[in-house]
Design a protein around this ligand. Structure first.
Ligand code: PRX
Length: 654
């Protein structure tokens, strides 16, 4: 029997539609499920069905995004009532207002409850092959002992404790002990000189210092305690110095005469200070950037988890020193907040030989390796054999940070170190940003990665490029000043004791935006590539230093300097040539640190200046780079022949 035509077609259509709907819902379900599996906190986000939707959601609904992540990822003593209260133009940044938590509880206690014997720290000591493992239970005990010790010696909530130590478990326990009792820490890189240390202790108004008797790095012993002794002579506020024994007993702390291993954690407000960290700016005085509790911790944890695709059970190998922000966020706070196992690297990339990193990767079974381009460039010169010697099959992700990574180094890292199978994440961020802001991951596992490009903004980050007149560049294939258009939880809140400087440096140049001080290029595809600093900050072997800081020191030797360094001698200077260079280098090393010493010093008659007397650093930089075509317009110079003189004298270096 024939069915009426319409009926038949209706039936078929309905049937077909139902099948289609089923497939559609199945697919939607799977995609929803994928996003939730990728990031459990995203399960409740409306209309977020894939990763790119998640990224868009995090930018346009930044409050909902961070509220959900904060509720689920952190343990709160008291929940927050307001997600954010920020005004970028006034430099007022507050996240998770009304909330209370303790950072050390988030990094330790909650993991001790679930997996006390999991390894929290692997201390890769300078002496290769003598690593020390510290479980979460042990680290909590160390932290509590130290917290009690500090409390007993009068350190109170809100005080600032300076930590001048090499990268080691005791340094981590010291940081966490401060967090436990509500004191702020101020870690000073143990390579800094007594004067640089003293300046940071004084500026932070720190009354307590924790150090070790001696440091060991690359087989060389450094007298850290003696440096502290010298430094505190000019720091009248310092009441006490705690000294641990690095060179006799690496875990001496546990032998301290403090028996109480329970230390009541302080309930800290989200916006109480967690730490100060000094970094160079474009003027002479280093600035103490202030990071607070909840927002910083959450941002470090989330970036650690998603940029590196860190999973439970992985061994995370960040080789930065804890004296820098990379050590803070990715050796300590990010991994520990995630209950991870993190390596503390005390040595150098070439000690005892250039295979050090990769032998360590094999021995410790490292899954994510995070290092600096300067080390990668150094190692590639030693050849592939040092890498091939060791099994690197545990590696899953390779990270780079601190300066642009050139294509040759990137390719070598990817092809030789990662055997061409590990994504390389070139991560761009700063002490000010608290955590990674631009990097190729997170993104779909097969999303392209362009060598030497940081590429994609992290969740909720909205990079913006400005032209020289301060207008937003909206198109692609453009370069400009890199700003971030909306606040994020990890950003620094202020400069210690100098909020005005904070506003002037970061908020005033482009009102309503956070100005990073870096330039960037946005490609046709919309990917970001960092082109370098726009101010007078330079990167020396991955260390950030203000040219003004070095100049300050050189000037004090009664000579007139430049950067690279161009030095103008006064008429009455008697020492000359190599002896003078030696003297200048010694001064910089003594006043700041060895790494800040100029590699080259060129003595010149005069410097190129504008008619108003400003040194034309742009021109000097081009001369140094031998990019004479790029010297550009010299018409504003007082006397353009000064440039010619410098170019001609370019070979006279010491
Ligand atoms: O110029 C950028 C460069 O390092 C500066 C930040 O230095 P610091 O605060 O010491 O923090 C370093 C570790 C995060 C930035 O302003 N920088 C950092 N990462 C990159 C970079 N330049 C290019 N590419 C990067 N991946």
């Amino acid at each position: 029997m024939w069915l009426p035509c319409g009926g038949t077609s209706n039936y078929i259509v309905t049937h077909f539609r139902r099948r289609l709907f089923k497939a559609y819902f199945r697919d939607l379900g799977r995609r929803r499920c994928n996003v939730a599996a990728f990031m459990p906190e995203a399960a409740g986000f409306d209309g977020v069905s894939d990763r790119s939707a998640l990224q868009e959601f995090s930018v346009s609904n930044s409050e909902s995004f961070w509220a959900a992540v904060a509720r689920q990822r952190l343990s709160w003593i008291r929940p927050f009532h307001t997600v954010q209260d920020c005004d970028l133009s006034r430099g007022e940044i507050k996240w998770f207002v009304g909330g209370q938590l303790n950072v050390s509880v988030n990094c330790l206690d909650r993991h001790v409850h679930t997996c006390p014997e999991r390894v929290a720290l692997i201390w890769e000591r300078d002496e290769s092959g003598s690593e020390v493992k510290v479980t979460y239970r042990e680290l909590l005990e160390m932290t509590c002992r130290l917290g009690n010790l500090l409390r007993r010696h009068g350190v109170k909530r809100g005080d600032c404790v300076t930590i001048y130590m090499p990268t080691c478990p005791l340094a981590v326990a010291s940081m966490l002990a401060c967090a436990r009792i509500g004191a702020a820490h101020n870690v000073v890189f143990a390579g800094f000189s007594a004067e640089a240390l003293a300046e940071r202790i004084r500026d932070a108004q720190s009354g307590t210092v924790i150090t070790v008797n001696q440091g060991v790095r690359g087989g060389k012993v450094t007298e850290l305690k003696k440096t502290v002794d010298t430094a505190v002579q000019s720091c009248p506020a310092v009441q006490q110095v705690f000294v641990a024994m690095r060179t006799e007993n690496p875990v001496a702390m546990t032998a301290r005469d403090v028996e109480d291993v329970v230390c009541e954690p302080a309930a800290m407000d989200s916006e109480d200070v967690l730490f100060l960290l000094y970094t160079s700016g474009s003027t002479g005085k280093p600035k103490g950037l202030v990071h607070t509790q909840a927002g910083y911790l959450l941002y470090a944890a989330l970036t650690h988890r998603y940029v590196f695709s860190y999973h439970d059970g992985d061994v995370f190998g960040c080789v930065a020193d804890i004296g820098w922000i990379t050590g803070h966020s990715y050796s300590v706070y990010g991994p520990l907040a995630n209950g991870g196992t993190t390596v503390l690297f005390e040595s150098t990339p070439i000690y005892p030989d250039p295979g050090r990193y990769w032998e360590m990767v094999q021995r410790l079974k490292i899954n994510q390796f995070y290092g600096a381009p300067t080390a990668i460039r150094l190692l590639l010169k030693y050849g592939d054999e040092w890498v091939h010697k060791y099994d690197r099959s545990t590696l899953k992700t390779l990270g780079s940070v601190g300066e642009p990574i050139n294509t040759e180094a990137w390719e070598w890292y990817h092809r030789v170190v990662g055997d061409g199978r590990c994504p390389v994440v070139d991560t761009w961020w700063q002490t000010e940003t608290g955590g990674i802001c631009i990097s190729p991951r997170p993104s779909d596992a097969d999303a392209e990665i362009v060598p030497g490009m940081a590429m994609r903004p992290f969740f909720s980050i909205k990079p913006t490029l400005m032209d020289t007149e301060g207008k937003v560049l909206t198109s692609n294939d453009v370069s400009g000043a890199l700003c971030i258009a909306q606040p994020w939880p990890g950003m620094a809140r202020t400069i210690h004791n100098n909020h005005q400087r904070f506003i002037e440096t970061y908020c005033r140049p482009h009102p309503g935006y956070f100005f990073t001080g870096d330039g960037a290029y946005r490609s046709k595809e919309g990917y970001y590539q960092i082109t370098g600093r726009l101010d007078d900050v330079i990167n020396v072997s991955g260390h950030r230093i203000g040219t003004a800081e070095i100049e300050d020191v050189l000037v004090r030797t009664s000579l007139s300097p430049g950067v690279y360094a161009f030095v103008v001698l006064k008429n009455d200077v008697e020492v000359q040539g190599a002896a003078l260079c030696q003297q200048l280098n010694n001064m910089v090393s003594k006043k700041i640190a060895k790494y800040a010493c100029p590699d080259f010093i060129q003595f010149v008659q005069r410097l190129p200046k504008t008619r108003s007397g400003k040194i034309m650093r742009r021109v000097l930089r081009k001369v140094v780079e031998r990019d004479l075509d790029g010297v550009g317009d010299l018409s504003t110079l007082d006397d353009p022949t000064a440039v010619q003189e410098i170019i001609q004298g370019h070979g006279d270096l010491c």
